[in-house]
Design a protein around this ligand. Structure first.
Ligand code: ADP
Length: 517
C-alpha cells in the first residue's frame, strides 16, 4: 500500500519509487524536524521539499541563489498543475507587486525567492501574515563561509528569518558539503537531522590526463565524440576565447560563455546550448550554476580548478540523466602556479588564504594519486558510505605494472630531512638530481650527503615522485604559496622500513617542463 507521499510522487510527478534518501528526508520534514539533505547532483533534492510542500497546508518558500533556475523550477511545477511563482530582480516592480498580492492571498503552494528578498521589510511583512508550510534553502552550502561558494547575502538573512515565528520547519539541501559545511549549516538553521546519501555518482567516470598537449587532446576527443554534448571549462577568459576560436576555425559547433560577455549574449549562448543548437560550451566557471541540462556527456577541465569542491560540482554537470558520462581533467604544472597566483592576488585574510592553499593541495594530490579517483573524491568529502575502487576512473582502468619504490622513497625522505625541511618540491628534486643550479650552491645544498643521490633519474621524474609521495600522505606540505616539505609519522615508518612504497608505472609527463615550487 502506498503512503500519501508515494501517491503524490506517482500522481503529480509520475515516478514509481523514491530515490535513496528522499523518503527519509520527507518523513523528517513532515514531523516538523529541521532537516538537511545532502545528495549528489541529480539525486532528486527538489522533490524532498516539493512533496512535503504539497502534503502540508500553506505556502512553501524556497530560497535559491540561482535566479536562472527559479523560472525553470516554477515552469516545471506549473506544467504539473501546481501553483507556483517566483520573485526576483528580473521582474518589473509592478509584476512583483501583483505577485506579492497573490502570495498574501495564499494563492501559491510554492514561492521561489532570492535571499536578497529578505532585506525588504515589505516582503517580510507579507511572509509574516501568510500560512507557511516550510522554508527551504536550496544550495545550502552557499550559506557557509567554509563552502566553496559562500554568499554573505545568504547567511545574513538567517537572523531575519528566525525572527519570523510562523515558520514551521526549515529544510536545507546541498550536493556539496564537507563536514565543516554540514555542521555550519546545522548550527545556523538549528538542524538536528541530516540525511546524507553519499556523493557517489555511479554513471560518472573520472580521468586525469597529464603530459599531453591540451589543445590536441581536446580536438581528438571532440572528433571521437561528435554529436555529443559537452562542457569544456577553462581557467581564464583568455583561455576560453582562444580555445573557442581554435574550435570554431575547425568547424566545431561550439559556444562560449564567460563573465566578459554581455548579459544578453550569455543568455543567448546558454539557451543555444541547453536546446542542443550548440553541442559544446567552452566556458569559465561563470557558467553552470543552475544549468539543468540532463544530456551533458562529458565535462573537460582544460586546467586544474582551485579545489575539489568546485571540481566535483563543475564535473558533476555531466550525466544528470544517469547515463554514462566522462569527467576529464587536463593537468599541467602551470595550472598550480595559476591557482596560487589567484589565491595570492585575492583580498582574503591570511588565515583564509591558508585554507585555500590547503584545498588547492588536495586538488593537486588528486592529480597525482595513483589510487581510485572516485574514492579520493569521496574520502575528501568524508563520505561515510562504504567504498571500493570504482573500476571506472582512469587510475582504475589504466593501471599498469606496480613497482616497489621503497628505497627511492627513503632517499627522497632523508634528503628532505637533510635539507632541514625548509624547501619545496622543486629544490628537493634538484638536490636529488645533483643539479648545478646557482640556488643549490647558494644554500650549500650541494654539500649534503643526499646531493645527486638519484641522479640517474630526470628532474621531472623526481618531481613526479615527490608529488606522488605527497598525494599518498607520505610527505606533508605547509599551507602556503611555496609549501615546504615536512616529514610526518608515515615518512618515519617508511624510513624505518616498516612500510613499503609501491607505485603504478604510469606514463610520465612529457612536453612541458616541470616548474613546481
Ligand atoms: P538535484 O536538485 O538533486 O540535482 P533534481 O531535483 O533536479 O536533482 O532531480 C534530478 C532529476 O531526477 C529530475 O529530472 C527529477 O524529476 C528526477 N527525479 C527526482 N526524484 C525522482 C524519483 N524518485 N524517481 C525518478 N526520477 C526522479
Amino acid at each position: 500500500m502506498s503512503t500519501k507521499e508515494e501517491k503524490i510522487l506517482q500522481t503529480y510527478f509520475g515516478y514509481e519509487t523514491f530515490r535513496p534518501g528522499q523518503m527519509e528526508t520527507i518523513n523528517h520534514i513532515l514531523q516538523m524536524n529541521n532537516t538537511l539533505a545532502v545528495m549528489p547532483t541529480g539525486g532528486g533534492k527538489s522533490l524532498c521539499y516539493q512533496i512535503p510542500g504539497l502534503s502540508l497546508n500553506g505556502t512553501a518558500i524556497i530560497i535559491s541563489p540561482l535566479i536562472s533556475l527559479m523560472k525553470d523550477q516554477v515552469d516545471a511545477l506549473q506544467s504539473l498543475g501546481i501553483s507556483a511563482t517566483y520573485i526576483n530582480s528580473s521582474l518589473s516592480s509592478a509584476e512583483q507587486q501583483t505577485r506579492l498580492q497573490d502570495i498574501s492571498a495564499g494563492r501559491y503552494k510554492f514561492v521561489y525567492v532570492a535571499p536578497e528578498r529578505f532585506d525588504s521589510g515589505y516582503f517580510i511583512n507579507v511572509v509574516k501574515r501568510i500560512k507557511l508550510s516550510l522554508v527551504a534553502f536550496d544550495e545550502a552550502h552557499c550559506i557557509s563561509q567554509w563552502g566553496h561558494d559562500f554568499r554573505p547575502s545568504y547567511r545574513s538573512i538567517v537572523p531575519n528569518l528566525q525572527k519570523l515565528n510562523n515558520i514551521p520547519v526549515f529544510v536545507a539541501l546541498t550536493a556539496t558539503a564537507t563536514e565543516e559545511v554540514i555542521s555550519d549549516i546545522q548550527q545556523l538553521l538549528h538542524i538536528n537531522h541530516v540525511i546524507n546519501t553519499g556523493f557517489e555518482r555511479e554513471n560518472l567516470s573520472f580521468h586525469v590526463v597529464k603530459g599531453k598537449d591540451k589543445a590536441t587532446y581536446v580536438r581528438s576527443f571532440i572528433d571521437e565524440h561528435k554529436e555529443e554534448s559537452g562542457i569544456i571549462y577553462t581557467a581564464t577568459r583568455k583561455q576560453a576565447d582562444s580555445l573557442f576560436d581554435q574550435l570554431t576555425r575547425r568547424g566545431v559547433n561550439v559556444a562560449k560563455y564567460h563573465a566578459g560577455l554581455s548579459e544578453q549574449e550569455r543568455k543567448e549562448v546558454q539557451s543555444a546550448f541547453i536546446h542542443d543548437e550548440k553541442s559544446i560550451m567552452v566556458a569559465t566557471n561563470a557558467f553552470g550554476m543552475g544549468i539543468d541540462k540532463s544530456n551533458v556527456r562529458y565535462v573537460i577541465h582544460y586546467a586544474m580548478p582551485m579545489n575539489i569542491e568546485s571540481y566535483y560540482q563543475e564535473a558533476g554537470r555531466a550525466g544528470r540523466d544517469g547515463e554514462h558520462s566522462d569527467c576529464i581533467l587536463l593537468f599541467s604544472p602551470q595550472d598550480t602556479q595559476l591557482q596560487k597566483f589567484l589565491i595570492e592576488q585575492s583580498l582574503m585574510e591570511e588565515g583564509a588564504k591558508q585554507g585555500e592553499y590547503r584545498k588547492l593541495q588536495a586538488m593537486i594530490n588528486y592529480c597525482h594519486t595513483h589510487g581510485c579517483l572516485t574514492t579520493f573524491i569521496l574520502d575528501y568529502f568524508n563520505d561515510s558510505v562504504e567504498k571500493k575502487a570504482c573500476g571506472r576512473c582512469s587510475n582504475c582502468v589504466e593501471r599498469q605494472e606496480k613497482s616497489e619504490i621503497t628505497e627511492e622513497a627513503q632517499m627522497i625522505l632523508s634528503c628532505i630531512k637533510r635539507m632541514g625541511e625548509r624547501f619545496g618540491v622543486g629544490m628537493t628534486a634538484k638536490v636529488l638530481k645533483g643539479s648545478k643550479d646557482k640556488k643549490i650552491k647558494d644554500f650549500r645544498l650541494d654539500k649534503i650527503s643526499t646531493y645527486g643521490i638519484l641522479s640517474a633519474y630526470t628532474e621531472k621524474e623526481l618531481t613526479e615522485w615527490i608529488h606522488f609521495l605527497i598525494a599518498e600522505q607520505l610527505i606533508s606540505t605547509e599551507e602556503s604559496r611555496f609549501p615546504t616539505l615536512k616529514l610526518n609519522q608515515n615518512s618515519v615508518e617508511v624510513l624505518k622500513g616498516k612500510r613499503q612504497v609501491w607505485m603504478y608505472t604510469t606514463p610520465l609527463p612529457i612536453g612541458e617542463e616541470a616548474d613546481y615550487q
